[in-house]
Design a protein around this ligand. Sequence first.
Ligand SMILES: NC(=O)c1ccc[n+]([C@@H]2O[C@H](COP(=O)([O-])OP(=O)(O)OC[C@H]3O[C@@H](n4cnc5c(N)ncnc54)[C@H](O)[C@@H]3O)[C@@H](O)[C@H]2O)c1
Length: 339
Amino acid sequence: MTDRLKLAFVGCGAIARFHLDGIQGHEPRIDVTALVDLDQDKAQGFAEETGGRVFTSLDTALAEGDFDAVDIMLPHDLHEEAAIQCLEAGKHVLLEKPMAPSIDACDRILAAAKKSPCVFMVAENSQYWPEILEAKRHIESGAIGDIITARAAFIYAFDDYWFKEARPWRYEKGRTGGGIAIDGGSHWIRPLRMWMGELKEAVGVLGHPLDKMEGESLARALFRFESGATAIFDAMMIDTTFAPEPWWRVTGTKGELTINAGLDGSNLWLWDKEHPEGKELFASAGYTESFGPELSDFTSAILEGTELAAGPEHAVGELRAALAIYRSVESGKWEQVWE
Ligand SMILES: NC(=O)c1ccc[n+]([C@@H]2O[C@H](COP(=O)([O-])OP(=O)(O)OC[C@H]3O[C@@H](n4cnc5c(N)ncnc54)[C@H](O)[C@@H]3O)[C@@H](O)[C@H]2O)c1
């Protein structure tokens, strides 16, 4: 087996920049040898940096390109077809979250992955976010005692960076599968699962304060975990000014951990009897630091046969949580996440 991985970017939009920065800063074993995008200029921009070959269709890239793995970064409604096509062509597949907009589509992708000898991974970068991993270590070492509850607050003043007019698909429910709970919300739900174990059920309400967005731009939900512990999931993307607030707060019998974060960095704080004013435990560039380790996990699984930090079946959990919230809005009741 070779010690290098030839990778094709399939979709060269906003998140591709973060993936390439992660590779350049963290994963020297990857050569990006193909760049696929309907928009040739976008692919060309990355080709100039990587030396890879430009393609404007996945069909042509699979027929003529030189790569062993693909990193699929397409709108959600295109995930299923592209992932299955690449798995059937014998490529290892890294697929941006969510796996697909519906459980049926996820099941079809998982079935194709089971038939393939290749690695299939869903890219959920919060699995590798330094403060979240550091919080997990402190929780496991008993820093805050037994977890009682937590709050994940995806509170994001509307900023068109991820939602530029060039990406109108993110406003369309038919293309994303819903709204912010299914989309950015996954990055707030995964850490709760990492710290508190598996989700059992959810109940919530949705709102639409952002006129442009067809799906919800407000989701406020309660989660109950298999352990019996509960957490609040708050997701708000509104064109307003928010007061500062931790993105995560984990409350235990001995104290609390909080993570304050933004796209430009994050920090982890401990609050307990010895530190009633709080103590900073860790700080880093945060979110942007998560993509390098994510790409490394995928690369090591292919080149060394190591186990993924989170397998693809596990990665359906965030989608299931969002769908359970949506169902609960209809039923007015708690809904099972893994029904
Ligand atoms: N991990 C994160 O923090 C994070 C952040 C943003 C987006 N994402 C995910 O990344 C994925 C892409 O999101 P984005 O914000 O980069 O979107 P984007 O719209 O910026 O990029 C998508 C790209 O796909 C191209 N494209 C569309 N149809 C195509 C086709 N048929 N063939 C080839 N190229 C095609 C578009 O031209 C565009 O360049 C989504 O799954 C999204 O949820 C993850």
